[in-house]
Write a protein that binds this ligand. Structure first.
Ligand code: FRU
Length: 464
């Protein structure tokens, strides 16, 4: 508890571990009147070891209550980690389908897809493996089952690596969650790196989308990217179809689920595999989840906006309508380490890419203290967004950038700043950037700098 009091980076409104390390969200499900979130959790220290399934529930997507750990890696089929997976309602039961990770005495990886069930949504009984080992033709990188019900049968997408060490996603089917048969590969091996992790498949209206995380190695450089391909029923290729979900530095292993009103919601890990230490390890914890986001598809492009329930976070409001910003404007009354910022400006005349009136570009400096700041730069002429942070020692860190797609008009921003994160939603959620930042305590100034005159329809700041 003393640690909490002095910890400047403990999120105020994101899910983060009390102690230890969090990674992928797992088993997202609305069940028996509540939203359930599980996540990969090493409660003991900030290393990728000893993965449990932590568990939290909510009735409103805003306040989360921690429940007892749902799965602990203590059985022969999951001894080295209860790895990622999903949850489904089966009759009166809540069933978890997860990956049991096991290492032999010589360190060789074994893989099992396992079930656990619960009748009260709190206590889970492990039922053991339903798929032992990889299917023929695949390596033990065979994990992260995402299961859903479709037309009276169960379907599963599973991340896999072929014997030729190429990543793909498999589709399997089952009548009873216990016996599974392969339907086919959903991605052509060779198109998507050496492994595809954490797949998810769903439809929004007429659009079917496959989400997955591509692990690739090029010129000795490894990359891990979370993205999606539309319409996997007609197999697509990387260059025409794979789109990043989030252009920020810290976004991985997203998982979606359906809210009772039919909305498709997504959360992800605000971190990346193989990332070094975070400053929060000084307080005994590392990583957090993103905000829950609502998904929609506009013109074939996925959009993400913060779940509408999150307006309940808003406290005091500062708002302006029809504002012109020339040069630098300090938002003195908006100083905070937790806030939501909204900006909207008139849509530029069609074909004109120079933005509003005479504004070539503008920047929003957040969490400013001395030379330290986290800056979002929007360049109308270059049609780009860039997020970076300047540390107190002057070192600049790139937190991500994105070009405006040709078919997207960028005329609004919503930004959520928590004590150690920034999530930027631009153009109605067509462009999203998420990153962790660790500002010094007290670095709370907020300002806008316009190159020319920025005419805004609306500027809102809500403290959270
Ligand atoms: C992705 C991942 C998954 C795995 C889990 C282990 O971040 O590597 O593929 O199931 O994390 O924690």
């Amino acid at each position: 508890m003393t640690q909490y009091a002095s910890d400047p980076w403990r999120p105020a409104f994101h899910i983060a571990p009390r102690t230890g390390l969090l990674n992928d969200p797992n088993g997202l499900v609305y069940w028996d009147g509540a939203y359930h979130i599980f996540y990969q959790w090493n409660p003991h220290d900030c290393t990728h070891a000893n993965k449990n399934w932590a568990h939290a529930v909510s009735h409103d997507l805003v306040r989360w209550e921690e429940l007892p750990i749902a799965l602990t890696p203590e059985d022969t089929f999951d001894s080295h980690g209860c790895y990622s997976g999903s949850a489904v309602a089966d009759g009166q039961e809540l069933v978890l389908i997860y990956n049991g990770n096991v290492r032999d005495a010589d360190g060789t990886r074994q893989t099992y897809q396992c079930l656990a069930r619960s009748t009260d949504g709190v206590h889970f009984q492990k039922l053991g493996p339903v798929l032992s080992g990889p299917l023929p033709g695949y390596t033990a990188h065979f994990r992260d089952p995402k299961v859903w019900r479709d037309n009276g049968e169960w379907l599963m997408v599973l991340g896999a690596q072929t014997a030729a060490l190429e990543g793909t996603v498999l589709l399997l089917r089952s009548p009873d969650l216990v016996s599974w048969t392969l339907v086919r590969e959903l991605l052509a091996p060779g198109e998507f790196g050496y492994m595809c992790e954490c797949p998810d498949y769903f439809c929004i209206g007429e659009n079917d989308l496959l989400i997955f995380c591509e692990q690739r190695s090029e010129g000795g450089i490894d990359s891990n990217l979370a993205g999606y391909v539309p319409g996997v029923l007609s197999v697509t290729t990387r260059h025409t179809a794979f789109r990043r979900l989030d252009h920020g530095r810290d976004f991985y292993a997203p998982q979606t689920f359906e809210a009772p009103d039919g909305r498709r919601l997504m959360l992800a890990w605000m971190g990346l595999p193989e990332q070094g230490d975070a400053p929060s390890t000084a307080f005994g914890w590392m990583h957090c989840l993103t905000l829950p986001r609502e998904l929609s598809v506009v013109g074939g492009r996925l959009r993400q906006s913060p779940a509408r329930e999150l307006v309940a976070l808003r406290k005091s409001h500062l708002g302006s309508y029809g504002l012109a910003v020339s040069g630098t404007m300090d938002l003195v009354d908006a100083r905070s380490d937790t806030f939501e910022l909204g900006l909207a400006w008139p849509e530029p005349a069609s074909g004109v890419a120079k933005g509003t009136a005479s504004c070539r570009s503008f920047t929003i400096d957040m969490r400013v203290g001395g030379i330290e700041r986290t800056t979002l730069a929007l360049d109308f002429a270059a049609r780009s967004l860039r997020l970076e942070t300047v540390r107190p020692d002057g070192v600049i860190q790139d937190l991500g950038h994105a070009d405006f797609p040709a078919d997207v008009a960028v005329c609004d921003l919503r930004i959520f700043v928590d004590r150690s994160s920034v999530e930027v939603f631009a153009a109605g959620g067509a462009l999203v950037l998420s990153a962790r930042v660790f500002p010094s305590p007290g670095a709370e100034d907020l300002r806008i700098r316009a190159d020319g005159t920025l005419t805004l329809d609306r500027l809102d700041v809500w403290k959270i």
